[in-house]
Write a protein that binds this ligand. Structure first.
Ligand SMILES: [Zn+2]
Length: 166
C-alpha cells in the first residue's frame, strides 16, 4: 500500500494510508522506502541548501519560499533584478565543493526537541531536520534556471545534471 502522507507530531510519525487499508490497531506492518525517489530528494535537498548558503553570501535578499520535488527543487526570493547574473559565480563555487567530496556531518543540536543540523568544512552549522547524503560528491552537479514569477520575485530552479541513482 502506498503511504499517501506523513507528518511528525511530538516526535511521533503518523502515516496516512489510502481508504480501505483494513489494518487494525496493533497490526504489524513491513515498510519499505522508495529508495530511488528518496535518494533523488536527498540530493536535490542538499543542492538547494548549498545554493541557498552560497547565494546568501553574495546577495542580501529575502527568501520567500522553497520546494523540493523528485525532479527539481526551487527557491524563491524577493529581488529587483534578473538573478541569473550570479549563476556562473555560484556554480563555480558549488562545483568546487562537489568535486572536493566534503563529508556532510549531521547531528542533533538538541535531542529533546529533535533539532538537527548539517555542517561541511567552511560553513557554519545549518539547522535542518531533513535527510542528508554523506558527502558533497554524492549530490553531484546541477543546472540552474531563472524564472521570473512576478514583480521583484525571482525563482531559481535546480535540477540534477545526472539522474543516476546508487
Ligand atoms: Zn537539509
Amino acid at each position: 500500500m502506498p503511504v499517501v502522507n506523513s507528518e511528525i507530531v511530538d516526535n511521533l510519525i503518523y502515516y496516512t494510508l489510502p481508504d480501505g487499508h483494513g489494518l487494525l490497531p496493533g497490526d504489524e506492518v513491513h515498510m519499505e522506502i522508495d529508495w530511488q525517489r528518496r535518494y533523488r530528494l536527498m540530493r536535490l535537498h542538499f543542492a538547494a541548501e548549498l545554493i541557498l548558503e552560497l547565494i546568501m553570501r553574495e546577495l542580501h535578499m529575502e527568501k520567500i519560499g522553497a520546494h523540493i520535488a523528485e525532479t527539481k527543487a526551487r527557491i524563491d526570493f524577493i529581488y529587483h533584478e534578473n538573478i541569473s547574473f550570479i549563476f556562473e559565480k555560484l556554480l563555480t563555487q558549488y562545483n568546487q565543493i562537489i568535486k572536493a567530496d566534503k563529508p556532510i556531518k549531521t547531528d542533533f543540536s538538541d535531542v529533546n526537541s529533535q533539532r538537527r543540523y548539517w555542517e561541511i568544512e567552511g560553513f557554519s552549522k545549518v539547522p535542518c531536520g531533513g535527510t542528508h547524503v554523506k558527502s558533497t560528491a554524492e549530490v553531484g552537479f546541477i543546472t540552474l534556471k531563472r524564472i521570473n514569477i512576478g514583480s521583484a520575485k525571482e525563482r531559481i530552479e535546480i535540477r540534477l545534471a545526472s539522474s543516476d541513482c546508487h
